[in-house]
Design a protein around this ligand. Sequence first.
Ligand code: KG4
Ligand code: ZN
Length: 350
Amino acid sequence: MAASAPLVLGVETSCDETSAAVLRGENELLGHVILSQDVHRLYGGVVPELASRAHLRALDDVVDAALAEAGVRLEDIDVFAATAGPGLIGALLVGLTWAKAAAYACGRPIVGVHHLEAHLFAVALENPAAQPPFVALIVSGGHTLLLWAPEWGRYELLGETRDDAAGEAFDKVARILGLGFPGGPAIERLAREGDPAAHPFPRPMLGPAPRPGEPEEFDFSFSGLKTAVLNRVRELEARGTLEEERANLAASFQAAVVDVLVAKTARAAEVYGCRRVLIGGGVAASRALRSALAAALGPDAELFFPSPRLSTDNGAMIARAGLFHYLRGECAGLDLAARADLPFPGMTGR
Ligand code: KG4
Ligand code: ZN
């Protein structure tokens, strides 16, 4: 894009990453800082009040560092974008209020961004070829969504989780196995030393091929799988063999989650006759998921993943999604509110 392309500041504070990015146009990431809040490791999960306070303490410095890396001043920013939801309401308010105040002070527009739509834009930021139409799987700590995107801004919801999100299941099972938080990376590390076939855990909602249009076709459920792991852990504990089985348990659990995610995504690609598939959200960092999907979709599929840095929460994807809505004239007023349950923009179906 030309040097005159808008300079966007993206601010992300929906959960436990405080992040800011300076993006010029669609793909030129000039500055990007992601600060992960370590405090939650003490509690095995995100503590909302602590998240809000940590955002409040860090955000000024995080933005300053992103601007410095980009070599620009706050006054140079053309568009301010911040996550408006979904997420932890207190955490969202910190970033959104900061961005609204900065936009007002600089006399620039503010755009509210949907966090999950931004996870899709993270992929396009790094891979300009990752454009609709595509089937997308968004797998994060709070959400598991399968959707069909005929174009940016227009989405059809195919399926979602009925209980725990995929990332949440990783985090809970990591806790059961006495691993750290976040659980996904810890399970993936331990799983490398284990046998994925050691414990035949259930593959929820992957029964015999359902009839098209039934919710089972594309929905997910991970809570029963988590309970199956818990029950197995208790059995092994009673037998005194838990310690030697931990890697096998991690590998077997990971294999079950990956099998379900892969099978449903491949089914959606087949039903929609679409060979282009985008994966977004924190669980997209999973190498096990990446290689299993690539194998299932075959060599003629165009499979797009974000880099590990843009898989988990970050300001760059907020800036990229903000740019899209800004260019469509979808700027907000200063009454823009944060919403913990913000609806996915342009989403139809189900
Ligand atoms: O998108 P994200 O950073 O935050 C939310 O919007 O929720 O996703 C965080 C989630 C956590 O549940 C974490 O355990 C999971 O992504 N995750 C992984 C991996 N890396 C992060 N899950 C499986 N395997 C990984 N390598
Ligand atoms: Zn996220």
